[in-house]
Design a protein around this ligand. Structure first.
Ligand code: AMP
Ligand code: ZN
Length: 469
């Protein structure tokens, strides 16, 4: 298996530190709002990488954090008059719902920054002891960037260029820093902010330190893969490397994988630009499996432009696979011939050629676009070669092969159960009862569930009427 390593700018043969095992850390979202589909891209693509490695027989220890203390979270908490913890807990729960909808497996561990403060203080203390960090008068602790001679190796930036040139790349330049490139490890609290005691001041950690600490705690000092969106290469991942390698005296991560952006009108989708769709919004219109399919239809290192047309194409693509599987199920149930003929046995054995081509695509830096093409070829094969004359065993073999490959990509190819009129009526009754009890949250929730299934409610004088959109 080859992976593209941002560190070396090359596709490299993947060799894990411990044979048969993979340690992998993926930087997770800052939880102050519902995640948007840009945030969903690393979740889906690296979940797929994990699934593929598991299918290849690796045991994958997959760690992905939630950044649950940050300016944006604190701002939102202040606006709502609740604690920062309440905000982050709420959006972690919402994020997990979205992940489930997208069939993203829960990580082996989902650590939270606020629960790992002791480890951060310990690492910062070590960095100070080793001379890599210093505390300013107000208690802010900075990393002494220029002391780490390899700084810039991931983003392929030159320290002098950074210092002299592009000032926008400099991390907020307070006068108390020894050097403008020095970055914050710990900062003093401000009025109303959550804070922790530390040897330097009551305050909170800088953003970068959490990943260095959590990666070490849950995966060890040296890990196989560290991943995230390409906007994290600099400064976040560069700073993580500096912290970890100076603290531990070891290579931090051997392979650095970065996904390209999900764009809209060729601009990065982001909260700050306001040009985003939340995963939740998409789920009102599409099954989130369609979103997953859409994300995997491009290579993870290629920019992907979000559009209604591509989503429709993804919906059709996924349906083609689902319909083929449904058709095979029908044939399996309805054919009187159970055993394979000799000819079918040969054909069934040849199905492994599709799996081999699928593997070759995925072995080439997780080329999911080509892997999907192989599934389509298999679907085409099924549609033309498995007929009413085929045996159930043969139809079963073809179906199993499609399902296995789709499953590696995390695509659920089961047809969702039909939503029957009786189910709809039952939910409407429940909604009416909820409204009577003034449980409007539940009533709205039911309206949303129905809307997601394409059922529109209309309150009329004769009561609630519904129609399929
Ligand atoms: P954030 O919550 O902004 O820290 O982002 C969480 C993860 O989503 C990081 O790995 C980001 O690189 C990634 N990300 C954010 N926006 C996009 C986007 N438009 N396309 C792809 N990845 C993104
Ligand atoms: Zn990180």
């Amino acid at each position: 298996m080859k992976v593209y390593n941002t560190l070396t700018k090359k596709k490299e043969e993947f060799v894990p530190l411990v044979p048969g095992k993979v340690s992998m850390y993926v930087c997770g979202p800052t939880v102050y709002n519902l995640i948007h589909i840009g945030n969903a891209r690393p979740m889906i693509v690296f979940d797929t990488a994990r699934r593929y490695m598991e299918y290849k027989g690796y045991e994958v220890n997959y760690v992905s954090n939630f950044t649950d203390v940050d300016d944006k979270i604190i701002k939102k908490a202040m606006e709502e008059g609740v604690s920062a913890d309440e905000i982050s807990q709420r959006y972690i729960a919402e994020c997990k719902k979205d992940m489930e909808g997208m069939n993203v497996k829960p990580a082996t561990t989902h650590p939270l920054a606020t629960r790992e403060i002791d480890g951060m203080i310990e690492m910062i203390s070590t960095l100070m002891e080793k001379g890599y960090a210093y505390a300013a008068e107000d208690g802010t602790v900075y990393f002494r960037t220029r002391k780490f001679s390899e700084y810039g190796k991931l983003s392929h930036k030159n320290l002098d260029d950074l210092r002299g040139g592009n000032r926008s790349l400099l991390v907020s330049g307070e006068e108390q820093k020894e050097d403008p490139l020095d970055f914050v490890l710990w900062k003093p609290k401000k009025e109303g902010e959550p804070f922790w005691n530390s040897p330097w001041c009551e305050g909170r950690p800088g953003w970068h330190i959490e990943c260095s600490v959590m990666s070490k705690k849950y995966l060890g000092e040296e890990i196989d893969i560290h991943a995230g969106g390409e906007d994290l290469i600099f400064p976040h991942h560069e700073n993580e490397i500096a912290q970890s390698e100076c603290c531990n005296g070891k290579t931090f991560a051997r392979y650095w994988l970065h996904n390209a952006f999900l764009n809209i009108d060729n601009r990065k989708m982001s909260k700050s630009l306001g040009n985003f769709f939340t995963v939740r919004e998409i789920s009102e219109k599409y099954d989130l499996q369609v979103l997953r399919f859409f994300m995997l239809s491009a290579h993870y290192r290629s920019p992907l432009n979000f559009s209604a047309e591509l989503m429709e194409a993804s919906k059709n693509g996924l349906e083609r696979i689902i319909n083929a599987v449904e058709n095979l199920k029908f044939l399996i149930q309805n054919t009187p011939v159970k055993e394979m003929t000799g000819e079918e046995e040969k054909e069934a054995a040849a199905l492994s050629e599709y799996a081999a081509r699928f593997d070759a695509a995925m072995d080439d830096d997780f080329n999911t676009a080509d892997a999907i093409s192989v599934i389509f070829e298999l679907v085409k094969y099924a549609n033309t070669n498995v007929t009413e004359e085929s045996s159930a065993a043969f139809a079963e073999a073809v179906k199993a092969q499609i399902e296995q490959l789709a499953d590696v990509l995390g695509l659920i190819v089961e047809k969702k159960e039909e939503f029957l009129d009786a189910d709809i009526e039952k939910l409407i009754e429940e909604r009416q009862a909820a409204r009577k009890e003034k449980n409007f949250a539940r009533a709205d929730e039911i309206r949303d569930i129905l809307l997601k299934k394409g059922i529109v409610l209309k309150d009329t004088r004769e009561g609630v009427k519904w129609e399929r959109a």
